[in-house]
Design a protein around this ligand. Sequence first.
Ligand SMILES: [Zn+2]
Ligand SMILES: [Zn+2]
Length: 671
Amino acid sequence: MKNFYIFTDGNVRGPFPPETVAMMLADGRIDMQTLLCSGKGQPWIKAADVGVVIEELEKIKNTAQAPKPTQVLYPTNANHPAAGNPPSPESVAESANTAASTQSRREVVFYCPHCSQKYSGSESWLGRDINCIRCSKSFTAIENAPTKADRTPSQSSAAQAAQSVPNANSTENKVSSATSAGKNSMEFFDWENSTGELICPHCWVKFNSDQLLYIASHPALTGDPVLGSMAQKRFLPTIFNARGQALDEMSQATNDLACPRCHLKIPATIIDEKSCYFSLVGASGTGKSYYLATLLNQVRKNMSSDFACTLLDVDPEMNALLDGYEETLFRSTRRSEVAVLPKTQAAGGGHVTQVTLNNISVNLPKPFIYELKHFISNQTIKDCNIVFYDNSGELFMPGADNLANPGTRHLACSDGIIFLFDPLNDAVMRTQCAQEEPQLQSDKFVYDQLKLLSEMISRIRRHRNLNVEEKCQIPLVIGVCKHDAWQHLLERDISQLPVRQSCEGELAMQWVQNTIMDVSFELRELLFKYAPALVNTAESFFEKVIFIPFSNFGCFSSPADADGGLGVIPEKINPLWVTEPLMALLAENSLIAQAPLPEGNISPANAQIAEDFIILKHPENGRLIRLPWNYSGVVITVNGKQYKLPHHPRSNQQIQDKVTMLGKMNNDLWN
Ligand SMILES: [Zn+2]
Ligand SMILES: [Zn+2]
């Protein structure tokens, strides 16, 4: 259908589709005398004489439900020139521009009674039913008696909004309303309990796509109540051009989206595709940044050859930090000199973004966002986003989870966790490690890593609202790092074991789950000897626990300075099984193909199902072992002999759940 330019306030705007023009008419933003034109060289015609627009207008009038306020109303937002807030000094110039458009109608202000979203618009809205753009509930627009809040800058509309929220009694709200003076009524929304189909990768709030803010692109539009005076303005779009791009108040088109709460940029792919959030947890000195850098490098290298998919940078600007790590280790020009990555900081240092939420300065960790794209689109395995976080070790310390540092809250929406366990930093296990490893020279990072695991579990319990008996269903991978320093403790050379397997008739390879679970069993036995409480704690809370050995470097670290700082020599790097912890999480989330478990003539293990567990009598020493049910059907190797574990009923149920989940995802496409 044809789009139209409109001539208003001495400017040509648009082009807009006829239904948008009709809504402007309905709203009173333009009137029947406003001139419309369908393009250069075409005549300007009064709106009253443009058939398609009048037809659309009739449709709007005939529909009992009012048109969506997103498109017609200006939710009050100090950013918007038509908002009901008094002009602040810096916006006087803009007000002068828009005065012409607002003089002809009386502006009214009303609030959504459910979530207190403020609206301002022409009085024709009063008495009509509106679907709230924020909470999606419907309400009838009733004018609020004009109050001081709408007139004096010191008594903000935000304060009024706060009063109308039944539970807005916290001191944070009061403090904020007194100081941020009508900046943004958004701040008073109860984000802690919000719901929606999207999750912000920065602050993990749940919301719906119609709550997304846009980032103004005109360079003059700066100043944001959450991000500070230097940031580009954020706004709820009211006008779109024909290409579907939102227009900022200077009529500049923008595609950049931002979270309604923390106002940080959200890549569009987060809106379009399912996202998997993977959390990396580990104490200081475990080498989390080294791990992420190596992982990224190896995944990029191997994903396409092994699994016929690629990992794309969704937003190079966001991933710059991790790309920098990768460059230091793998694309360094001085490959024989020791390379060192900076320590991940809890605040500053480029690892976190500082925002102001409820008047508190908050440090949010920067997410690393990649898109997993399959070469051949597939019914069962979909493209998705993968989001990682690199938290500083300190943030996982007991007591470090507070309002100003909510940096580990991603654990609450995580789809899988990689817990890095460093044997070299374990007081007992380090005595068993190869003494040539320079890391053993210092005990600076020696720490009871069980404490960290327990703290992580208590945070997950708290943020997921799990009761004391409830177990966590997301998979936990305990990645036991620096394999090169303790490999002699394992029976087998894992570099010789098959972890990829080709499959007849398929281009992509399969991930050999049995190899990983077999090694997981052996490693579990090893850790049980040195750190039994760690194994028990993990398996009592997580339903599925997988132990995976790996080595970032495949070589010892190298002294980097006189103070005992360590690094690695790039040309010596030869990673081993670095991708397997991630592959295990991808496989658990049905994102890569898995090889079926071996069947056939394998002697059954002496084992029994008991609730969520498989109780195994060790074939050699007769000890009883309680394994989580994710060992269901796995063939384990003990002393060179193979034993098949029984099938646990839970694993069949999981397959069922996956089928229903995929069905649901397909149905969603039609909604
Ligand atoms: Zn609402
Ligand atoms: Zn956010």
